[in-house]
Structures are given as C-alpha cells and as structure tokens.
Ligand binder design. Structure first.
Ligand SMILES: NC(=O)c1ccc[n+]([C@@H]2O[C@H](COP(=O)([O-])OP(=O)(O)OC[C@H]3O[C@@H](n4cnc5c(N)ncnc54)[C@H](O)[C@@H]3O)[C@@H](O)[C@H]2O)c1
Length: 381
C-alpha cells in the first residue's frame, strides 16, 4: 500500500474538518475514500464521495483501509470495536470512550499489532507540552511537589449546548466539561505528571447552564510520591485562565499565555531547607524563558502521524490505549463530585458504569435542541 484510503464516520463539526483536510490533500499519502453519517444531510459538502448511512457498511465496503471515528462519544467504543475487529486501522476522536469499562472493551478489541489504533489527542503535538514532559522526565524540575492546572478557558454558551441533542446529557454524552472539553487536559496532565493515586472533587451539575451534567469542577489529587495536585475547570467562567504550573525541588515550570517559563532554584529547595542558617532565607533564582515557536501541528499532525504509522510503522504520538487514563480521571472526578467521597485509583470501572447507567435510567431532564445550529467549530479548540 502506498496510499491510505480513509473513511470518516460522523460528518458533524469535527468529522467535516477531518474529511476536508483529507480531501484537500493536506495529509500526504492519504485520501478521503468515503464518508458516513446517520444524517444524510451531512453529505452535501462531499459531492462525488461515496457516502454511507451505516458505519458497519462502510467498514465492510472494501473501500477503506482506515477510519476516523468522529461521532458522539459512545460511538467511539462501538464503532471503534467494529472497525478493529474487521482489521481496519482506527483513529478515534477523544474521549476514546465515555467510561472506563467501555474503554477496556475498546482496547481489548485491538488484538492485531499490524492494525494501527490511535486517538485524536492533538494537543500532544503542542511543543509547550512535550517540552514540559521532557523537563519533568529528565529531572530538570527535580522531585515534583505540587502540580496545578487551572483550565477555565472552555467557556460555552447555552446555544452551544442546544446545538446537539446528545450534548451534555448522561445518555448522549455521559458527562459534561470533563468528557467533552477536558479530555485533552486530562490526557496531558497524566502524560506530563503521571497519574494520581486518589481524587477528591467538588463542583456543580448544571451550575451555569441548563444541562444535567457537570459544568464546574475543582479537584484535589494525591500522587504516590507525596505530591499534590489541583485541577480546576468549568465552561461557565469568562474570562478564563489556562495556567499549568509544576513545582519541583529544582524550581517552577509554568505554561501560560503561550509562554513557557522555568524559574530555577540556584540550590534545590530541599537541599537549601536542610542546610541554610538563614531563618527566613529562600533559594536564589534564575528566570528562564524557554523558546517555543508554535502551537504544533494539532489535528493535522495526528492525522499525518496516523498515516505514517500505517505506511512506515513510525511510533504513534497518541496510542489509543493511553486514552483510558483521561477517561478514568474524568469518571473518578464526576463520581467524587456526585457522591462527596474521595475516590482511590484505579477506579472500579464496573462500579462507575453502574453509576452512569443509574443516572441515565433515572434522568427526567428535558433536553432543548436547536436543529438549525451551525457546525462551525471555529473557536472550539
Ligand atoms: N479533538 C478535538 O479537538 C475535538 C473537537 C471537537 C469535537 N471532538 C470530538 O468529536 C466528536 C464529535 O463532535 P462534534 O462536535 O463534531 O459533534 P457533532 O454533533 O457536530 O457531529 C457528530 C456527527 O456524528 C453523527 N453520528 C451520530 N451517530 C452516528 C453513527 N452511529 N454513525 C455515523 N454518524 C453518526 C451525527 O449525525 C453528527 O453529524 C466528539 O466525540 C467530540 O468529543 C474533538
């Protein structure tokens, strides 16, 4: 094979973007071979492209080597499993699944190592985050003591929530800000800092919007090495803040406003603490601006990497298996927020699945939907 024939499943806001990039030749050695949506009105932008109203038919058509699954989240699991079991290379949108037990089912369907299975964690291509990961991993930051991410720049209006019947419902989406906007941040947080051992979250269900899921969360994390973390997010605050701060014994690493800075201790904080005779002294510092030119290739970068993995066997930037971590973190925070309990990790996936099924079964929420909503995702990510 010298060209990957890709089918895009779910031609809504995100799927249309993926399909247009493929059609426009922006992903070398790949072509848009087919599109699929349960709503045939979505095919109008793709005249001449083979269109399917059933993902099962597209997957079995013989027309595609690979699929991109950009349906509402629950479909990532069911359609992803079908594609993988039929030997089709699969790129699923984030989150890879709605809950941990589904993520395990999806991952279990990936049995053939020749089949490439990738997740759309496009923010992993942003060099600010890969640099932070490098500086934590190579010990530059020292022993991690505290990590904070305030990510409240995900403001969303009522019009946004009305734009899709599935959005912000337990049955259609399985969660709110943690399942839709934050999978990127939760993925990066554990990619850079590792996974915590426990989570305690407070916040609000439909606090700022007419929705039945969480739109405001403040969570406290504990890590195995004794470090603590705080994760703050909402879709109801403007102007928002996006500040990721990692404090280690060697200094403080901050990513905010497109700038990555490292305030380095001349003497590690723990060494200074143990050895100085100064009662109110603090270590001297150097301020370091880390030069980073761009925000990375984002969605295009992941699609190119997916194709290169299929054709050349290059390693994936975001193997889909790693997507289970952000799903588990989102589930644990929702569960903690709704029960008032601290949740130890690993989360019991069956317990959370039962919790979600109960929320779906007992829901009396009447979702308002605006069928005329446009699909333009400008300003979404
Ligand atoms: N990576 C990112 O930055 C990013 C950004 C936006 C959305 N997304 C993800 O993309 C997914 C879709 O989001 P969206 O905003 O495009 O939603 P959307 O509602 O605009 O589009 C979803 C489309 O899927 C179709 N669909 C539903 N069930 C289907 C099925 N079984 N088979 C085929 N098509 C089906 C719908 O008819 C609709 O056209 C979500 O999971 C979301 O998290 C990712």
């Amino acid at each position: 094979m010298d060209k990957v024939r890709i089918g895009v499943i779910g031609i809504g806001g995100m799927g249309t973007g993926h399909a247009k990039r493929l059609q426009g030749g922006q992903v070398p050695r790949a072509e848009l071979a087919a599109v699929c949506d349960i709503d045939p009105k979505r095919f109008k932008d793709f005249p001449g492209v083979k269109a399917f109203e059933s993902s099962a038919e597209l997957i079995r058509s013989g027309l595609v080597d690979a699929v991109i699954v950009a349906t509402p989240h629950y479909g990532h699991t069911t359609i992803g499993i079908d594609a993988l079991q039929n030997g089709i290379h699969t790129l699923v949108e984030k989150p890879i699944s709605v809950h941990k037990a589904d993520a395990e089912r999806l991952i279990a369907a990936h049995t053939d190592p020749k089949v490439v299975f990738c997740a759309m964690f496009n923010q992993r291509t942003d060099p600010h985050f890969s640099k932070m990961r490098e500086l934590v991993e190579n010990g530059t930051v020292g022993k991690i003591q505290r990590v904070n991410w305030i990510i409240t720049t995900w403001f969303r209006s009522e019009a946004y929530y009305r734009s899709g019947g599935w959005r912000a419902t337990w049955e259609g989406e399985g969660g709110g800000v943690l399942l839709n906007q934050c999978p990127h941040n939760l993925d990066l947080f554990q990619w850079i800092c590792g996974k915590p051992t426990s989570v305690y979250a407070v916040g609000g269900i439909g606090k700022y919007h007419d929705i039945e899921v969480e739109d405001d969360i403040t969570a406290i994390y504990e890590y195995a090495n004794g470090a603590t973390g705080v994760f703050v997010t909402t879709t109801g605050e403007a102007p928002g803040t996006n500040r990721l701060e990692i404090v280690g014994t060697n200094g403080k690493l901050v990513n905010e406003g497109g700038k990555l800075t490292f305030t380095r201790n001349e003497v590690p904080a723990d060494v200074y603490c143990a050895t100085t005779e100064e009662r109110f002294g603090v270590p001297g510092i150097w301020n370091i601006d880390i030069p980073i030119k761009s925000g990375g290739d984002q969605h295009l970068g992941i699609k190119k990497n997916f194709v290169n993995a299929i054709l050349d066997g290059v390693p994936l930037i975001a193997p889909a298996e790693e997507g289970i971590h952000s799903v588990e973190m989102a589930n644990a925070m929702i569960y903690s927020c709704m029960t008032g309990k601290k949740v130890d990790l690993p989360l019991d996936g069956a317990l959370y699945e039962a919790h979600l099924k109960k929320l779906i079964a007992e829901s009396t929420f009447q979702k308002k939907t605006d069928a005329s909503a446009n699909l333009d995702l400008k300003g979404s990510f």
